[in-house]
Design a protein around this ligand. Structure first.
Ligand code: SF4
Ligand code: SF4
Ligand code: SF4
Length: 300
């Protein structure tokens, strides 16, 4: 059963429980009002509107046909049958092709690491598979069904952390869910069956035509995604990427890559060198700025 996330922004009170839960489940430092980076996979922006403040959550869209995965040379990103687009730490080489390909500007680089990779939200995929019946080895690490140490994003899970991760990813009704949805006190962020959540979003819009703009963001964007938003304010006013089209992403990816051969070719050589030979973060930073400039020019 494919899963998805529905965020009803009309219910969001901007409490930040979702951003904190995401930091906690990954054991990242807790930061208030984070910006999207390699240790913060979801953000909240407060936006003034005529009707008061609205909070815009952002996270990976978990695209149905993800451009990040099609651009990844080593298969580190994968669309699963679960709906989540997962990331494999043991495969990622930090080349950053996924960052160029993603039309939502989601994957982020680990600037502070000596072995930098690119990180993003995984819809808590591995966290949701963790269960209490898994065995633990003599050194206190949880083992998966094949007897290997249970790995979440490149970290072996210790038995002492298992209960915390399970608690953060279990709903009040005992079902497993993303940590951000479990933490949301307003049920603004909902996790569940993709088809059921689309139905719920359609019902809300139909029953409350004066409350919502007539659009489920994420339903058609880039051929469809697994993260949907409802809003009372046009999505362009919230800074959402509304010009990404409705084509599926691999097509988009290759067209984007064709249009910027200078960047891609330079990146292929330069970033390979960055990863394999030196630690020239400033050159990588410049590359990121070049890509951002390219995107701004395209938007303008
Ligand atoms: S939003 Fe970007 S990072 Fe997330 S699945 Fe889609 S292409 Fe990949
Ligand atoms: S689904 Fe998990 S990884 Fe993604 S934003 Fe929510 S808590 Fe973070
Ligand atoms: S936890 Fe829910 S209500 Fe609080 S900021 Fe996140 S989405 Fe909004």
């Amino acid at each position: 059963m494919p899963h998805a996330i529905l965020v009803d922004l009309t219910e969001c009170v901007g409490c930040g429980a979702c951003t904190t839960a995401c930091q906690q489940v990954h054991q990242f430092p807790e930061v208030e009002n984070p910006t999207m980076d390699a240790q913060n996979f979801t953000t909240l922006r407060a936006i003034e509107t005529e009707d008061g403040e609205v909070y815009a959550r952002q996270m990976c869209q978990h695209c149905q046909d993800p451009a990040c995965a099609s651009a990844c040379l080593v298969g580190a990103l994968e669309k699963t049958r679960d709906g989540a687009v997962t990331w494999a730490a043991n495969k990622c080489i930090g080349c950053r092709y996924c960052m160029v390909a993603c039309p939502f500007d989601i994957p982020k680089y680990e600037w502070a690491s000596n072995n930098p990779k690119v990180r993003k939200c995984t819809m808590c995929y591995m966290e949701r598979q963790l269960t209490t019946d898994l065995k633990v080895d003599a050194e206190g690490y949880v083992l998966d069904r094949s007897g290997e140490r249970y790995d979440i994003d490149g970290h072996n899970v210790k038995a002492e952390d298992r209960d915390m991760i399970i608690e953060l990813t279990t709903n009040a009704d005992g079902k497993r869910a993303s940590a951000c949805s479990v933490a949301c006190p307003m049920n603004s962020t909902m996790f569940g069956d993709r088809a059921a959540l689309i139905g719920e979003a359609q019902r809300r819009i139909k029953d409350n035509p004066d409350t919502y703009v007539q659009k489920i963001y994420g339903l058609k964007e880039v051929g469809g995604t697994s993260v949907f938003y409802l809003s009372s304010v046009p999505f362009e006013d919230l800074g959402f990427y509304t010009n990404v089209g409705t084509e599926n992403l691999p097509d988009h990816t290759w067209r984007v890559l064709e249009k910027i051969p200078d960047i891609v070719v330079t990146a292929g050589v330069a970033l390979g060198a960055v990863y394999w030979i030196t630690n020239r973060r400033e050159e990588v930073r410049k590359f990121e700025q070049d890509v951002k400039n390219q995107r701004s020019q395209k938007k303008a």
